[in-house]
Design a protein around this ligand. Structure first.
Ligand code: FEO
Length: 165
């Protein structure tokens, strides 16, 4: 049985993952609206992945006799100054999520909940990968800042982004 303290903390993380999904869906809309279909596709795939993160935590809570409670989810922004600004916001957001996952892992350790700790190892690894991927895209957008050709090459690369499981 999961402790009430951890149940509350996991529910807070579920809300953050759903917010992340909504943020990236909103970004997908923004990129579609400025005819960058590859970036829109990448963001849409990211949005789906974030929901899967929420489901992982949701199912874990149920398996441990806890109750998933979906809290208030803030509305995400819906406009960014440029493609670079959008991806920079995504990177900054992922850094916040990494900190939140690490804090949750520390709490699991403090509460001596080994199964939550093991689950969070997956999330910690996932965050390293996500930050690295978005960071590379930010770098490439910076390099392409004076070159519309570079922007369109990157956009084309991001078409048909597979969704990781
Ligand atoms: Fe579920 Fe991108 O953190």
């Amino acid at each position: 049985m999961i402790s009430k303290k951890l149940e509350k903390a996991i529910n807070e993380q579920i809300a953050k993952e759903i917010y992340s999904s909504n943020l990236y869906l909103s970004m997908a809309g923004y990129f579609s609206s400025i005819s960058l279909a590859g970036m829109a596709s990448w963001m849409r795939a990211q949005s789906t992945e974030e929901l899967q993160h929420a489901y992982k935590l949701f199912d874990f809570l149920l398996d441990r006799g806890g109750l998933p409670v979906i809290g208030k989810i803030d509305s995400p922004p819906n406009h960014w100054k440029s493609p670079l600004d959008g991806f920079q916001v995504a990177l900054d957001h992922e850094k916040i999520i990494s900190k939140s996952i690490n804090d949750l892992a520390r709490l699991a350790r403090k509460e001596d909940d080994l199964s939550l700790e093991v689950l969070l190892h997956w999330f910690i690894t996932e965050q390293v990968e996500e930050e690295a991927t978005v960071s590379e895209l930010v770098d490439r957008l910076k390099l392409a800042s004076d070159s519309p050709g570079g922007l369109f090459i990157l956009d084309n690369e991001l078409r048909n982004t597979p969704i990781a499981q």
